[in-house]
Each structure stands twice: as structure tokens, then as C-alpha cells.
Design a protein. Structure first.
Length: 158
């Protein structure tokens, strides 16, 4: 797998990856997450145009995983990282994360094995409530409004 910047021709495939990766949530009793609509192509195009979307591609240059990030507090905040299940457990998600440099933040489910426990293995630490910046608090508020707080969530930093 090679990591490169995402381009417009990748964007529909990123949605397919997100749908496929989301199915794992159905298996652990979180069907609402599995059914959550991936970002529209136009939103993904905004990430690509801003230089904040990367893909891991196979030998045929077809995306197997992707990462998109926002700029938050002067650092990259991982908005989404997903790997197609056909390519899972090969270190692709970690390679996408490691492709980014500097301080990184993200929000994630605390108890889902491929969420917070996985990110801990990638060097992230859970932030205490008093360590959250106003921008991270705003992210968490948007997530809560979207219904994600039905399951425990955490903010993490590396």
C-alpha cells in the first residue's frame, strides 16, 4: 500500500469504504453507526481541495483506506480514518495516521476495540475534560447533537 493525497476520482470509493467499514458496528450492537450516511462527495472534495485527505492505495491505485482531517487549534484533527474490511488488520489505518506529522487529535468511541483501544496502541492518550480546548469541546457538542453520546466517547491526542 502506498499513501497519497486523495483526488476527485477517489471520492465515491471513499464513501464505499465508509459504508463497508461501518458494518462492523452493526455486529457489536451499534446499528445506528453502521447506518450513518458517509460524508457526501462534495464534503470529501472540500477535504481533498484543502490538502487534508489521504488514501492508502493498492497496486492498481485503488483506495483501500482513507483519512480526512480538519485543522483545529493549529493542529490536524482526524475527522475520519477508515479501511475497507477486505484490507483490514494490515496496518493500513496506522500508516495513514503515521503519514501525518505533529500533534494530532481525534474523538472516538471509548469502548469499541478498533476505536480508543486501537488509538492508544498508535500512541494517543485520552484527554481529561479539563484538557479540552474550546474547539475540541465544540466538536464534542456537535457529536452529542448528532446522537453519538449514546455510547461513551473520548477526545484523544498524540
Amino acid at each position: 500500500m502506498r499513501i497519497r493525497a486523495a483526488h476527485d476520482g477517489d471520492l465515491a470509493v471513499l464513501r464505499e469504504i465508509e459504508w463497508a467499514a461501518g458494518e462492523a458496528f452493526r455486529e457489536i450492537g451499534m446499528p445506528e453507526i453502521a447506518d450513518d450516511e458517509p460524508l457526501p462527495v462534495a464534503a470529501l472534495a472540500g477535504y481533498a481541495a484543502a490538502g487534508r485527505a489521504w488514501v492508502a492505495v493498492d497496486g492498481a491505485d485503488r483506495p483501500a483506506g482513507y483519512l480526512i482531517a480538519d485543522e483545529l487549534d493549529g493542529h490536524l484533527h482526524i475527522e475520519q480514518v477508515s479501511v475497507h474490511p477486505a484490507h483490514a488488520r494490515r496496518g493500513i489505518g496506522r500508516r495513514l495516521i503515521d503519514h501525518l506529522s505533529g500533534t494530532l487529535t481525534l474523538t472516538t468511541f471509548a469502548a469499541v476495540p478498533w476505536n480508543a483501544p486501537y488509538y492508544r496502541r498508535c500512541g494517543f492518550v485520552v484527554l481529561a475534560d479539563d484538557e479540552l480546548t474550546p474547539a475540541l469541546r465544540a466538536v464534542r457538542e456537535r457529536e452529542a447533537a448528532h446522537g453519538l453520546d449514546r455510547w461513551p466517547r473520548v477526545c484523544m491526542r498524540r
